[in-house]
Design a protein around this ligand. Structure first.
Ligand code: NDP
Length: 392
């Protein structure tokens, strides 16, 4: 039986992970569940899955959860980042689902990597921020890093298992990274100025957390994924071509030297890549609706529009700049998206804040996690100030 820690258990990926686990009670056991502050959701998940540990990042939430679970003394409630890292690295765990949103996920994901776990990586921001350092930690610990982002999981499935870090050696000529285009694919530049958070979070094909929904709408999500793919598959952006595919049925493709293009397809449901990661190299039932290609009828493809969606360009430029630039990009994006969701920043101001923060923050070599965290903090301070100036 595989013992699993689910970081970010109350989120969209966390709940989908638990749904797959629920379908295979003899195969997976839940060691720990974590959340930030959602006490009620955690209490009910703990009652169903009976983990050994439940972690709440917020101190008050941990106290409240312990109180609610006082009739279940076998569940220990921990608090804060130290608690997250403890349940990610524990000897009792085989598999860690990294599904915290944003930079907050880096410390526990890294703890899981350093402890040599099977790490199911949904939390792309952790890898984007720390790129080389993160991959070096994977190599040093022999952790098994499996991509959960649907596109990267698709690419993983289309590559020979022993050549994931050396696709060129396997004859791969290009990676075709697909994108849905988000809810505003056909909006004019003018119409984008007035879109609301609710409209941005109403993704046409996927049901996801708020932050990634906004990232999908700005195409920053595809920018983060471009960087993620470069690190996971040891590739440079010139070999990755983004294809907007509004049906979200082909989750990405790999082109080989002989002209073959392998695609992974499926209904847009995150339980497919999650089940793939949990059971890999085996295949297990995931509760996903079978694909009905007759009902879908046609596939469409177009190039992304970098003028209307400049976040994709900014991400590519940050990766090219290297060093701490992707950490700055990510931090500024997190701050700008939070302000947009709070109603204090316009949708088209998101890339403005990111571009200003990138321009104002010196790029240095990302030689240590301390430097990465310091740049993350510096970029957040600058971005918050820019948001404040922008909105007064
Ligand atoms: P959600 O917002 O739905 O869930 C986020 C989870 O992280 C919640 O459990 C939340 O707890 C927890 N959390 C939030 N802030 C913190 C914090 N500061 N410290 C610790 N835990 C925290 O996000 P998603 O599930 O949509 O996304 C999770 C990750 O997976 C993201 O990196 C995203 O990019 C990636 N991903 C998501 C996909 C999707 O379909 N949703 C697809 C591919 C990748 P609480 O409930 O208490 O706030």
């Amino acid at each position: 039986m595989r013992r699993v820690t689910v970081l970010g258990a109350t989120g969209s990926i966390g709940l989908s992970t638990l749904d797959v686990i629920r379908r295979h009670p003899g195969r997976f056991g839940v060691y720990a569940l974590t959340a930030n502050a959602s006490v009620e959701e955690m209490a009910s998940l703990c009652r169903e899955f009976l983990p050994e540990y439940a972690v709440m990042v917020e101190a008050g939430a941990a106290v409240e959860l312990a109180d609610r679970l006082s009739d279940l003394p076998q569940i220990s409630v921990l608090q804060g980042e130290a608690g997250l890292c403890e349940v990610a690295a524990s000897e009792a765990v085989d598999t860690v689902m990294a599904a915290i949103v944003g930079a907050a996920g880096l410390p526990p994901t890294l703890a899981a990597v350093r402890a040599g776990k099977r790490v199911l990586l949904a939390n792309k921001e952790a890898l984007v921020m720390s790129g080389q350092l993160f991959m070096d930690a994977v190599a040093a610990s022999d952790a098994e890093l499996l991509p959960i982002d649907s596109e990267h999981n698709a690419i993983f499935q289309c590559l020979p298992a022993d050549r994931v870090r050396d696709p060129r050696g396997a004859g791969v000529t290009r990676i075709l990274l697909t994108a849905s285009g988000g809810p505003f694919r056909n909006h004019s530049a003018d119409a984008l100025k007035t879109v609301s958070p609710a409209q941005a979070c109403a993704h046409p094909n996927w049901s996801m957390g708020q932050k990634i929904s906004v990232d999908s709408a700005t195409l920053m999500n595809k920018g983060l994924e471009l960087i993620e793919a470069c690190w996971l598959f040891n590739t440079d952006p010139s070999r990755i071509e983004i294809h907007v595919h509004p049906e979200s049925i082909i989750h990405s493709m790999v082109e080989y030297a002989d002209g073959s293009v392998l695609a992974q397809m499926g209904s847009p449901d995150m339980r497919t890549p999650i089940a793939n990661g949990l059971a890999w190299p085996e295949r297990i039932e995931a509760g996903v609706a079978p694909l009905d290609l007759f009902a879908i009828g046609r596939f469409h493809f177009e190039r992304p529009d970098l003028d209307r969606f400049p976040c994709l360009r900014l991400a590519a430029e940050a990766f090219q700049a290297g060093g701490t630039a992707p950490a700055v990009l990510n931090a500024a994006n997190e701050e700008a998206v939070a302000a947009f969701l709070a109603g204090t920043l316009g949708f088209t101001d998101i890339p403005v804040i990111i571009e200003r923060t990138l321009a104002a923050t010196e790029v240095v070599a990302g030689d240590s996690f301390e430097i990465i965290f310091a740049k993350d903090a510096e970029a957040r301070r600058y971005a918050r100030e820019q948001i404040r100036l922008h909105t007064v």
